[in-house]
Design a protein around this ligand. Structure first.
Ligand SMILES: Cc1ncc(C[n+]2csc(CCOP(=O)(O)OP(=O)(O)O)c2C)c(N)n1
Ligand code: SF4
Ligand SMILES: [Mg+2]
Length: 343
């Protein structure tokens, strides 16, 4: 019988990269994929696994990052990789982390910290798999990172709208018409804020954008170092679904942050820390008007001034009315504020 090993809930200690020149040269997501030109989600995969290093298992739910990365018996993944069902990134992360722990405990595997990362799209993660992600974030004894790559549609099946599609966007489920200009009139879910606020055992939740690559990799490294179940939400410009020239991917990522539509922050042990241009906005830098971001994308080409004004007002509200700006939408009643101040 194999000797049992004392198991600790150890994680890898991954120090942050101190600048782009210190980033390791090895790649674990290489050639062999068929994503569109300018696909930011493919860049996210590459940076995510570069940050985590070779002792990593990647699990991925159905979507562009599954299909385009594993067609015709080719794959860009250098590390072990497994496909999981569309709504199952949470279950796959938890099951794999638990399986590794059990094998190590029984002495069937060398005891060592192995990173478990499960990615999901916005359709698979924010809609279909939300329950499983939520369950995983309550299991503090298992180390895993769930990374949501958000291209704001069910892209792989031809750009259907998801709960993360922005207000008013043209998708195959919401084409603007002559009678009704806006078919999709729901506001996007606040995934990172929701998961951070609702999962007290989850020690790390962050938002990232690959336009800020070193910051993004360092948040992945922080999540894996902290351990337990962790969650990162990445906003990924998608030339096909958002309808723009592929060379604009990087710029659109920057504009999402500069307009305040997508804030960059982390919540570590309940403390909110803003990053980069989001931090500058919190400190008083003016936000760029949302029209500078929206009108560069064909999916908003049907917008008229009224739609732009509504969108702007909703983003202003995130920054001016929310108790923790752009993170948590709760507002205290004036009477409650006064009562607290009087204490
Ligand atoms: C249970 C189930 N329903 C539907 C599908 C078909 N399907 C495959 S990929 C996909 C889109 C997934 O969207 P998202 O998670 O946002 O990833 P993306 O394609 O945008 O990268 C759908 C609906 C499926 N594979 N499984
Ligand atoms: S449709 Fe969008 S997410 Fe999918 S491969 Fe193309 S650019 Fe990437
Ligand atoms: Mg998607």
């Amino acid at each position: 019988m194999a000797e049992t090993t004392t198991f600790s809930n150890a994680t890898q200690i991954l120090e942050p990269f101190r600048g782009v020149k210190r980033v390791t040269i090895e790649e674990y997501f290489t050639s062999g994929h068929r994503t569109c030109q300018g696909c930011e989600s493919a860049l996210v995969m590459k940076l995510m696994v570069k940050a985590s290093g070779p002792r990593t298992i990647v699990l991925g739910s159905t979507g562009c990052m599954y299909v385009a990365n594993t067609t015709y018996y080719t794959t860009p993944w250098v590390v072990p990789w497994m496909h999981t069902q569309l709504g199952s990134s949470g279950s796959a992360a938890l099951g794999t982390a638990a399986g590794l722990k059990a094998l190590m405990k029984k002495g069937k595997m060398k005891t060592e910290p192995i990173n478990v990362i499960a990615f999901c799209g916005d359709g698979g993660g924010a809609d279909m798999g939300l329950g499983a992600i939520s369950a995983t974030l309550t299991h503090k004894e298992y180390n895993s990172l769930i990374l949501l790559y958000d291209n704001e549609s069910y892209a792989n099946t031809d750009i259907q709208l998801s709960g993360m599609t922005p207000y008013g966007a043209n998708t195959t489920f919401s084409p603007p018409g002559k009678v009704k200009r806006l078919i999709h009139t729901r506001w996007k879910k606040n995934m990172a804020g929701m998961l951070a606020a609702g999962h007290p055992e989850c020690r790390y939740v962050a938002t990232v954008c690959a336009s800020y690559a070193v910051e993004m990799m360092n948040k992945v490294r922080r999540a894996l170092t902290i351990g337990g179940p962790t969650f990162i939400h990445s906003l990924d410009p998608c030339p096909k679904g958002w309808d723009y020239d592929p060379m604009l991917s990087h710029e659109l990522g920057e504009l999402a942050i500069e307009t305040g539509i997508f804030p960059l922050y982390e919540v570590e042990d309940g403390q909110v820390k803003y990053y980069g241009k989001t931090k500058a906005i919190v400190e008083g830098r003016p936000r760029k008007p949302v029209r500078e971001y929206l009108l560069k994308q064909g999916r908003f080409a049907h917008f008229i001034e009224e739609d732009l004004a509504y969108f702007q007002a909703k983003v202003d509200e995130m920054w001016e009315k929310w108790e923790i700006p752009a993170v948590v939408p709760f507002r205290r009643l004036d009477a409650t504020k006064a009562a607290l101040a009087a204490k």
